[in-house]
Design a protein around this ligand. Sequence first.
Ligand SMILES: O=C(O)[C@@H](O)[C@H](O)[C@H](O)CO
Ligand SMILES: [Mg+2]
Length: 411
Amino acid sequence: MHYGNLRDPNAEYTMRDLSSETMGLTADRGERRDVEITDVQTVIVDGNYPWTLVRVYTDAGPVGNGEAYWGGALPEIIERLTPFVVGENPLDIDRLYEHMVQKMSGEGSIAGKDIAAISGIELALHDVAGKILDVPAYQLLGGKYRDSVRTYCDCHTEDEADPEACADEAERVVEELGYDALKFDLDVPSGHEKDRANRHLRRPEIEHKAEIVRQVTERVGDRADAAFDCHWAFASGSAKRLARELEQYDVWWLEDPVPPENHDVQREVTQSTGTPIAAGENVYRTHGQRRLITEEGVDIVAPDCPKVGGMRETAKIATLADMFYLPVAMHNVSSPIGTMASAHVGAAIPNALAVEYHSYELGWWEDLVEEDDLIVDGYMDVPEEPGLGLTLDLDAVEAHLAEGQELFDAA
Ligand SMILES: O=C(O)[C@@H](O)[C@H](O)[C@H](O)CO
Ligand SMILES: [Mg+2]
């Protein structure tokens, strides 16, 4: 295929010529474009979730590390995806993403787990492309809005239904661990068993949940923002009553009071209250998030980067959200790999509110990579090293492999 040269319409150049020395780009760029993916491998690490680490190998040397949300069927799905990317150029991230989606659709299966598996490869492509081009991953997303991304700490207590225990833990996380943002579960036992799907809440149950919110928000005061997660538990009427009851407190957001799949109900709940409503961790791709955003079904958009489509897809969701003046708080339960991928996205989008951190009780989250101090006083500095800027500690990965898992091949 030939393209005209804008400066000299009579000259003709091949596409290779346009992207190499003739355009004044780096001299070896032509060579870089010849990289091929040689293999994709997966291991599950037994973290506080079954973290699914994905490696993309290339014939150029660099290996890309990614992560998919999580466990179970994913290694098998990633094995099915592997032939679709082997032999392809890892720099063509968007095209390979669409290619994988198309191929899986063609096979009649493009369910959530498939998108999560594709996300794992997509993250690894960002890492390896950054390493090949010698730029940090955020640069591939358009560059930085910020150097440091705020995280929020997902908190737990022995007795999750005890308001005072929650307030004590909130204070500890703020004072001792340095976070200025946190989240507690609100689908806790409030008179009956733990709340579950479509539950109607009686008045005392609503009051009990409001008491957890009151004690946590009052205890941390203006030292921290506090969000509360309902895990899709409540009937819409009860969700509205609860959200209205919480308007008197400074709630950062109320998460998933109802399942977001029915956009009309989701929107109605959100529009019925001044308490900010967040959703999105189970909503796949920009296509899935579209109506939530464009019909203002949420106040805060909460995609999970290693789950709903990867880094570019999360950035696209953020762009759509930005058109409706909505912030993005990224859901995250990942190892340092998936969490850092979210941080790169957070650095590169205008409307990043925070990234979740879900492993504060684990004790060895950070051991999985050679780098230290990934989260300091609740903030993640985004590395200037190529790709995601993290090096997997393969000994640590091996030490924490889930049952039946084998370590990746050496690079
Ligand atoms: O927002 C959250 O962190 C939660 O919804 C977790 O993703 C859920 O408990 C996973 O099992
Ligand atoms: Mg949640």
